[in-house]
Design a protein around this ligand. Structure first.
Ligand SMILES: [Zn+2]
Length: 617
């Protein structure tokens, strides 16, 4: 319990008083709007950029005086299903009444501040948030910008998540602001019908923000860049990006119909040495990209993939979502076995829409599908953890993740691919996964409700008119290997095994890390050669048959052996030299390729054309 006379430092008290003045003005402004309840007022003001502290204020007037009111900050954010505990960055919490008299408060759990309400009038809460991380889901304040994600910064009022909200951003007048929030009655004032909407619209405020509007089917879109706009003398190719995004947006609208949002914001940070990272929101996406992304074809593909991925989420997960993913319980983990749908099927559609929009050609697209197959088939966890359980347990990170985890992005994307082929096969190309997504949109999203845990299987069955129970039991709830070839035949494709000439066929089933002088075993795959021989994670790897072996030359050393050959491996374990006889296994040079069959039937040609929008190009 904190005493009413909190030991504020003078600068903090100063900012509180400034805030009070501001909130006082808002309170006056909101009077005379009888059609809606008085919004909960939020206020954000960047402090000294090198201290990275954002000042936040909330004014809330309880319906009845007295009692207590809880203010809580989310423990996680939609889009990342892991506990983040944003309360860790909250400091200098204070609460006052309208006269500026301190109110008693106490923390009742890690995320929640309980304030004793005054007999009448508003509770005015202030706190600061340390904001010094730049990724797609973070909040950053530095000398170039203020970038926020609401879940990181804005507390919700207990029992009031459905109340209307208004956010005032106090930034210098010459700064530009980009956010999907609805503009309010004044400059840098925004409104949202409830906390979920407020928190689901990140924003960037900066003097250097680059905003380019464009339009698709009468709806405004905004391409926004913050950060490095020129890389090695070449500016970001905004015109080309807009041409391609327009086509990809058009392909999504072909599936779902008119846009369900009034406008849409692509918020990019171009970061030197940055990484691709995106998060989806109701009518926006926040994405970080390396500044070099536009300089080579592979990373350019990645740029479009991630942009279209986050955009497709505007339907799949933001509107078509499992029941627990909206409205959200931000205080704790929420469980669903459908993240493979939310993320994986979105991953299936990101590259597919890029292909349909002719951003990629067929060859490039099929290479990406093959790359997903190779990625899944080389992951030991696919044999251990069903994708449904990987979804459910996304909140946990096993110590042995590399051997037990199933990546629901990759496996979910491949399931999307196989389900698409399966529906086309069963309906003789009259229906597809597009129809299933449309069915989910009409049946649940447009009614504002989430789908039940078995909703996707039911949707597949409704669209195709046949049972998917065996498919789900084997490949979603089970760990059977995916039947690529049975599925892809309908589109005149085949998944073929190819032997890579630069890769050794013999395998040890271990991963080495380290430099050219010393290697350490960083992973041992169960039931493979190294594991059967007794090698262990952490062993300092010395030699195979006396030949020094490191991460850099392991492949080269293994090329001297065939599957079934025996060798002696030497390692140091806890300071002692140890010797292990191993018997190599095979398959190290195996890779998968997706190809068109040489003489496709008319039906196969039609499926391929419909699936990849070949006819439309
Ligand atoms: Zn995603």
């Amino acid at each position: 319990m904190k005493p009413p006379s909190c030991p504020f430092t003078q600068p903090v008290l100063g900012s509180v008083l400034r805030l009070l003045l501001l909130i006082g003005l808002f309170t006056a402004m909101t009077e005379g709007t009888p059609l809606q309840a008085k919004p909960i007022e939020y206020f954000m003001q960047p402090g000294a950029p090198n201290l990275h502290l954002v000042e936040v204020g909330i004014a809330f007037t309880p319906k009845t005086g007295g009692g207590t009111v809880d203010f809580a900050i989310p423990a996680w954010r939609p889009g990342r299903y892991q506990i983040q505990n944003y309360a860790r960055n909250v400091q200098q919490f204070a609460a006052v009444d309208e006269k500026g008299t301190s109110l008693r408060w106490e923390k009742i759990d890690k995320n929640t501040w309980r304030v004793t309400a005054p007999k009448n009038g508003a509770i005015q809460v202030t706190y600061k948030v340390y904001a010094n991380t730049l990724d797609a889901g973070s909040t950053l304040l530095n000398d170039e910008e203020f970038y926020w994600n609401g879940t990181n910064v804005l507390m919700y009022v207990g029992g009031q998540k459905n109340s209307p909200t208004r956010l005032t951003l106090k930034v210098p007048g010459h700064w530009k602001v980009a956010t999907g929030l609805k503009p309010g009655p004044d400059v840098n004032v925004f409104e949202a019908p409830d906390y979920d909407t407020l928190a689901d619209a990140p924003g960037i405020a900066s003097p250097t923000l680059d905003i380019t509007p464009f339009e698709v089917e009468g709806v405004p879109y905004y391409l926004v860049f913050q950060g490095q706009l020129v890389y090695q003398g070449r500016p970001i190719p905004k015109n080309q990006i807009i041409i391609n995004l327009k086509k990809a947006v058009g392909e999504a609208l072909k599936i779902f119909g008119p846009a369900p949002y009034p406008n849409y914001w692509f918020l990019f940070h171009s970061v030197p040495d940055g990484r691709f990272h995106g998060v989806e929101h109701l009518n926006s996406t926040s994405i970080t990209v390396p500044s070099s992304a536009f300089s080579n074809p592979a990373t350019l593909f990645r740029f479009y993939s991630i942009a279209v991925h986050e955009f497709f989420h505007a339907w799949n997960v933001k509107r078509i979502h499992p029941q627990v993913l909206g409205p959200f319980d931000y205080s704790r983990e929420v469980y669903t076995r459908n993240l493979w749908v939310a993320e994986g099927i979105t991953s299936y559609y990101d590259d597919l829409l890029c292909k349909r929009a002719a951003i990629f050609d067929q060859k490039a697209y099929l290479a990406l599908v093959a790359s997903s197959i190779n990625s899944l088939q080389s992951a030991p966890g696919r044999k251990v953890t069903p994708v449904s359980e990987a979804s459910f347990d996304e909140w946990l990170t096993p110590d042995d993740a590399r051997n037990v985890e199933t990546d629901f992005y990759t496996k979910g994307a491949l399931l999307g691919f196989l389900l698409d082929m399966e529906v086309r096969q069963r309906t003789e190309n009259r229906k597809s996964l597009d129809d299933v997504m449309r069915y989910l949109n009409e049946t649940y999203a447009k009614k504002g409700i989430g789908y039940p845990e078995d909703g996707v299987q039911k949707a597949l069955e409704a669209v195709s008119g046949s049972s998917f129970s065996e498919f789900f039991s084997k490949y979603v709830y089970g760990v059977e290997e995916l039947p690529y070839n049975t599925a892809v035949h309908v589109a005149g494709l085949e998944v073929v095994e190819v032997k890579l000439t630069d890769r050794a066929e013999a395998t040890l089933g271990i991963t080495l890390t380290g430099d050219e002088r010393q290697a350490v075993i960083s992973n041992v795959v169960p039931h493979e050669a190294g594991s059967l021989a007794g090698l262990d994670k952490g062993d300092i790897f010395l030699a195979i048959d006396g030949k020094q072996t490191t991460a850099g030359n392991l492949n080269e050393v293994l090329r001297s052996y065939k599957p079934g050959d025996k060798a002696l491996v030497h390692v140091f374990r806890r300071g002692m030299l140890r010797e292990f006889p191993v018997t190599f296994q095979g398959g190290g040079n195996l890779s998968y390729d997706v190809r068109a069959v040489s003489s496709p039937t008319l039906m196969q040609k039609q499926v391929l054309a419909a699936w990849l929008n070949e006819a439309g190009q």
